[in-house]
Design a protein around this ligand. Structure first.
Ligand SMILES: Nc1ncnc2c1ncn2[C@@H]1O[C@H](COP(=O)(O)OP(=O)(O)OP(=O)(O)O)[C@@H](O)[C@H]1O
Ligand SMILES: [Mg+2]
Length: 351
């Protein structure tokens, strides 16, 4: 998985060649036989491209029952959903897996995923720290912390040698879930860090003392590939790439994978892509399904089986300042983030 680039990303269509209008009547096109997974055809042939969805049998799509109620064996990504075990509480705490939510595109669900994946992992008995690494302070707001009221934030931790992480970290209302908050001060760090020695390692250096205290540390990156994001990637073992299931989501992925490759080569060879997460998925639209198909064709098993569906519940959780797992614990949205937690924990066994 530790590759410098994703295969096939350079072949994503340009925005001048929209894919959606070319695919109108899938039934009119006989499905081609299975072809090699990453053999992407040009975008104007998109309607003829092989779909990752295997031929479904009646048994495949028949709902099966598990702890979360009925569900289909074939997931929204068109692949059979693995039956992952319920995560058991760990025998000991730490050292933490450090995972960045990263995509330089704005509004794709990085913050929503950081908060709700973090809360779902915390429910399994693991100690989780969320790091708000975006000057917008959205993860802090989403957990009920007002960024302008902060005396100390991640900015102070990065820039002042006499401040320790324990002074800045605060507990949240969710058991096992702590927060390292941020506010607009962090935007100054992007500029000030340029002067620092080993500037890309600053976050890693300040996190080192607390890595043994947590099982999972999730970093909510800003929508940019600047020095702050490079710091997050350098401090991480893994990356989760949230991807909104709409056409423009595919733009810029080559730039993201290029940055990941450079960080792997020059700064952090341990960095791995944990997975790509389809977000804001609306299964009723052909377009969303096609974008997801396309992503699975390009990234194959790196795409999480779990997909986060579009629902107004997420904007609501921001207003109340709590995760979906406590705001609407039995909702489909909460179940999806619990499923994602299972997948992430299965892909990142405790270090
Ligand atoms: N599955 C979803 N369904 C509906 N709305 C969603 C979903 N996920 C996120 N949202 C909403 O979309 C908006 C953007 O989400 P979010 O803030 O998580 O994205 P982001 O990638 O962190 O954005 P930014 O790049 O600005 O940091 C928010 O208003 C959020 O409530
Ligand atoms: Mg955000």
């Amino acid at each position: 998985m530790n590759e410098s680039t994703f295969p096939g990303t350079e072949q994503f269509p340009s925005p001048a060649q929209p894919i959606a209008p070319t695919v109108t009547q899938p039934a009119a096109h006989p499905r081609p036989q299975a072809q090699p997974q990453r053999n992407l055809t040009p975008p104007d042939n998109y309607a003829e491209m092989p779909r990752p969805t295997a031929k479904l049998t009646a048994e495949d799509i028949a709902p099966v029952n598990d702890a979360h109620g009925p569900r289909s064996k074939i997931g929204p990504t068109g692949r059979p959903v693995p039956d992952l075990p319920e995560p058991q509480p760990p025998a000991r705490t730490g050292p933490a897996q450090v995972i960045s939510m990263c995509n330089q595109k704005g509004g794709v669900g990085k913050t929503t995923t950081t908060i709700n994946l973090g809360a779902a992992i915390a429910e399994t008995g693991r100690k989780v720290l969320l790091i708000d690494f975006d000057p917008q302070g959205s993860a802090s707001i989403g957990l009920g912390v007002q960024p302008h009221d902060l005396d100390l934030s991640v900015y102070n931790l990065l820039m002042q040698r006499d401040i320790t992480a324990d002074e800045v970290i605060r507990a949240t209302n969710v058991p096992n879930l702590d927060l390292l908050p941020a506010n607009i001060d962090l935007s100054a760090a992007e500029v000030q860090l340029v002067q620092e020695v080993a500037r890309e390692y600053t976050l890693q250096r300040v996190l080192e003392p607390i890595v043994p205290n947590y099982d999972v540390i999730l970093i909510d990156c800003a929508p940019s590939l600047g020095l702050l994001t490079v710091n997050a990637l350098t401090a991480s073992n893994g990356i989760v790439v949230p991807l909104e299931c709409e056409f423009f989501a595919l733009r810029g992925l080559a730039m993201l994978t290029d940055t990941i490759g450079k960080v792997q080569d020059r700064l952090n060879p341990k960095l791995e892509i944990v997975g790509i997460l389809g977000t804001m998925f609306d299964g009723r639209t052909t377009h969303a399904r096609e974008v997801l198909d396309r992503v699975v064709q390009a990234f194959d098993e790196r795409v999480f089986h779990t997909v986060i569906r579009r629902t107004v519940k997420f904007p609501e959780t921001t207003v109340v300042g709590e995760p979906i797992t406590t705001y609407a614990p039995s909702s489909q949205a909460a179940t999806q983030y619990r499923d994602l937690a299972k997948e992430v924990l299965a892909r990142c066994p405790a270090g």
